[in-house]
Design a protein around this ligand. Structure first.
Ligand code: NAD
Ligand code: TDX
Length: 336
């Protein structure tokens, strides 16, 4: 296996990146971490606060900044690339930053990794495969065709293709993982689960898009982190691994669970207009990751995981209240 000593984590002040940095600090105290994050609306240095300063260092900057990459990348033996514009609704309102960060930014990082011969792991999403019908018996596999629906998922698909091209053409030592929907602490309040929990805590009614029949395949963010660590250290170069934990649920079922756990009537929400092009269903077949690398999720009780997330948002109002005001104003302007 590959034993990294110093990793560069892009987007390490966002939801999944920060949880990954915390995972590494907890489980691999010998690994040094440099976080490179632009601190967009989605990035918050609080997300990695309290970690040992001797282990984790934050550099505020843009992954598109070649001069900065030429300074940071030679010091590392691996890049784990989480930085992205990540929200579908934002990409529908304004696609431009998605191309700049997700496509151009990934290209800049790949060029730096190539120049300094650094191991690269690319974090991607199951959304690159488009959607499945609600009653389709199939799930996504590593062989599913690319068929992205939104500007966000198209930009992530583009970034995956760039990584594959750099592997094939330049021999870059890279791997890709495409994960399903994550839940856990530090997730931005624009996303489905934190939006609904924080709305209830604020005395506002949750908002369900369309019919609520859309299905997402939920995985706890710590299980995503453990899978990424296995792929980074034991995955085969040039390979793609799908990450999922058999967590398919319809949106309306998830919302009713949240309402019930928070002591509300199960119909105490509003139906709002649907997301344009709304993907119906995502579902991951994680067989390759399980058989090749022996990975297993630790969080298999979704209701228990959800209770943990509700408790976290209940106890971290100072963390989310400023973003809540801004986010709901943005949604109101879109009638969502
Ligand atoms: P997020 O929006 O919470 O965090 C993104 C982070 O990237 C922020 O800290 C932001 O400041 C930073 N960033 C954005 N543009 C940057 C730039 N140009 N330079 C440097 N930093 C920049 O996103 P997330 O939900 O944590 O997602 C992280 C990654 O995981 C993304 O690549 C996303 O596509 C992927 N992913 C997310 C999910 C999910 O359920 N959230 C599922 C599968 C894959
Ligand atoms: O208020 C809402 N009401 C609602 O019904 C919001 C914010 C969302 N939804 C629906 C839309 C989706 O069907 O809930 C589902 C989940 O929505 P999001 O949290 O926006 O996630 P999704 O669009 O599925 O994308 C997420 O998973 C894949 C991440 O944001 C992506 O970064 C990741 O690639």
């Amino acid at each position: 296996g590959f034993r990294p000593k110093h990793i560069l984590v892009t987007g390490g002040c966002g939801f999944i990146g920060a949880n990954f940095v915390r995972y590494v600090a907890r489980n691999h105290p010998d690994v040094h971490v440099t976080v490179l994050d632009k601190l967009t609306y989605a990035g918050n240095p609080e997300n990695i606060a309290g970690l040992p300063q001797s282990q984790v260092e934050l550099v505020v900057g843009d992954i598109c900044d070649t001069a900065l990459l030429n300074r940071l990348v030679p010091e590392c033996d691996a890049i784990v690339h989480f930085a992205a514009e990540s929200h579908n609704d934002n990409s529908i309102a304004d696609p431009e930053p998605f191309i700049a960060t997700n496509v151009e930014g990934t290209m800049r990082l790949l060029e730096a990794a190539r120049a300094y011969d650094v191991r690269f792991h690319h974090i991607s999403t199951d959304e690159v495969y488009g959607d499945l019908a609600l009653d389709d018996p199939e799930r996504f596999t590593e062989r599913s065709p690319y068929r992205p629906s939104s500007p966000y998922s198209a930009s992530k698909a583009a970034s995956d293709h760039l990584v594959r091209a750099w592997v094939r053409t330049y021999g870059l030592r890279a791997t890709i993982s495409n994960c399903s929907n994550n839940y856990g602490p530090y997730q931005h309040v624009e996303k489905f689960i934190p939006r609904q929990i924080t709305s209830i805590l604020e005395g506002m009614r949750p908002k369900l898009y369309g019919t609520g029949a859309n299905v997402r395949d939920w995985i706890h963010v710590d299980d995503h982190s453990s899978a990424v660590w296995e792929i980074l250290t034991r995955g085969s170069i040039g390979e793609t691994y799908l990450i999922g934990a058999d967590g398919e649920r319809s949106n309306i079922d998830v919302l009713r669970m949240i309402l019930r756990l928070m002591g509300q009537p199960e119909d105490a929400f509003d139906w709002v207009c649907d997301r344009p092009g709304h993907d119906r269903r995502y579902a991951i077949d994680p067989t390759k990751l399980r058989t090749e690398l022996g990975w297993r999720p630790a969080h298999t009780d979704f209701e228990r995981g959800m209770q943990g997330v509700i408790d976290w948002y209940t106890n971290h109002r100072d963390w989310w209240e400023p973003a809540k005001v801004v986010t709901e104003a943005r949604y109101r302007a879109q009638d969502q």
